[in-house]
Ligand binder design. Structure first.
Ligand code: ADP
Ligand code: MG
Length: 393
């Protein structure tokens, strides 16, 4: 569904509050991977070109509703200034007199980045008082934070009720691209799931099964499924209390003739600092853990990927941060990049792995939203998106 777009708004001279997702990794006080900052540039540049007074707001990390110097926005403002080629002002607060004064100093074409919105306890509670205070800074609101669209917070949902609300270019593009996966995808449609957020993603595995032809499961996710098939997995990361859910998903796959591919071999070690060794999946000793998929599994996954016409991938195949457990993720990334298919990758770590491998430009769509992309595919309404009016045709 197309949302009311910022492209159609009259912006000249207006104070425009824009929720962006510039929640980037920080390393020693500087921005690490700046993918999310870059992704938010088109909308910001449009506001600058239209001579708006641009007021950016975002969260960064997980400060617990109060100021935390580790999570100040200054490094982000610096990187943003470099990328835009113009100064981005900062202010030490989100709302209140200093923020108001900083907004008053903006001339048309200027850009201000407010302080980390999660310094305010009202943000995650979607407190109407914070929403009203944010709204008081601006004439209109733009949401371009796809990565936060699955959260009903003051800066995503609350403020959208207080001001005329519009979708930014990134938000709309994310929705358009991900909708392609739901709207008559070319088949076979293969989804690859991995990573460590098992309980979050189990529900997704179940609902993805309804739209895909095959589900390839690796990473920490696979372990719970292996348990469900009666395989013992030693000390591997797993959620034993969710084994029944995994069993149900396997049964549903069988009933609907969908393929679920699980690892047939794995790379194990006593801990992730040790070198790994390859064993068949049935041969994981007690006290050792699975940290990657093995070569035979890689081959099987590569074959499924090579035959696909639509691919969605979320979650690394192993502990790819450690070189001895990175092969599964790297080879799957290569296979996805090489596939003659429409390819979408979401999830912070999966995207980082693809960036590291230098393959990002060979993927059709890299989503800036992990949780948001999964919710959208699951059919869960994204509150941040729902808060923006649809275009009525
Ligand atoms: P994403 O950010 O792509 O959504 P997750 O956050 O769910 O992915 O998971 C990423 C993490 O999962 C990585 O830090 C990786 O080391 C970890 N991981 C992957 N496979 C395993 C495994 N077998 N055991 C433990 N951790 C794993
Ligand atoms: Mg992650």
């Amino acid at each position: 569904m197309p949302k009311r777009s910022i492209a159609a708004a009259d912006l000249a001279g207006k104070r425009v509050l824009i929720r962006v997702d510039v929640n980037v990794p920080l390393a020693e006080g500087a921005v690490g991977d700046d993918t999310r900052i870059r992704a938010s540039l088109p909308t910001i540049q449009h506001l600058i070109d239209q001579r708006a007074r641009t007021i950016l707001v975002s969260h960064l990390g997980r400060p617990k509703g109060k100021p935390d110097d580790k999570y100040r926005m200054a490094p982000v403002a610096k990187r943003l200034s470099e990328l835009l080629g113009q100064d981005v002002a900062t202010v030490g607060s989100v709302v209140g007199p200093d923020a108001t004064a900083a907004v008053e100093r903006l001339a048309p074409g200027d850009v201000l980045l407010l302080e980390n919105v999660r310094f305010e306890a009202g943000e995650e509670q979607n407190d109407p008082a914070l929403a009203k205070a944010l709204a008081a800074l601006a004439d209109l609101f733009v949401n371009d934070a796809f990565g936060a669209a699955h959260r009903a917070h003051a800066s995503t949902v609350g403020v959208a009720r207080e001001l005329p609300a519009y979708a930014g270019f990134l938000l709309q593009r994310e929705v358009d691209e991900l909708s392609r996966l739901l709207d008559q995808p070319e088949r076979p449609f293969v989804a690859i799931l991995g990573g460590a957020k098992i309980s979050d993603k189990l529900a997704v595995a179940g609902s993805l099964l309804g739209i895909v032809d095959a589900l390839l499961i690796g990473g920490g996710m696979a372990n719970t499924f292996l348990l469900a098939t009666g395989v013992e997995i030693g000390a591997s990361l797993a959620e034993r209390e969710r084994v029944d859910d995994a069993k149900q998903i396997l049964a549903a796959a069988k009933a609907t003739r969908k393929d679920i591919l699980l690892p047939v071999d794995v790379v194990i070690a006593t801990d992730m600092k040790q070198p790994g060794r390859i064993v068949e999946v049935a041969a994981v000793p007690a006290g050792e853990s699975i940290f990657d998929i093995g070569p035979a599994t890689i081959t099987a996954f590569e074959q499924a990927i090579a035959g696909a016409k639509t691919i969605f991938w979320n979650g690394p195949m192993g502990v790819f941060e450690q070189p001895q457990f990175a092969a599964g993720t790297r080879e799957v990334a290569k296979a996805v990049a090489a596939a003659d298919a429409y390819t979408v990758i979401g999830g912070g770590d999966s995207v980082a792995a693809v960036e590291q491998a230098g393959l990002a430009d060979r993927i059709d769509h890299i989503s800036t939203g992990g949780g948001a992309s999964l919710d959208l595919l699951e059919g869960t309404e994204l509150p941040g998106l729902a808060a923006i009016p649809d275009i009525v045709r």
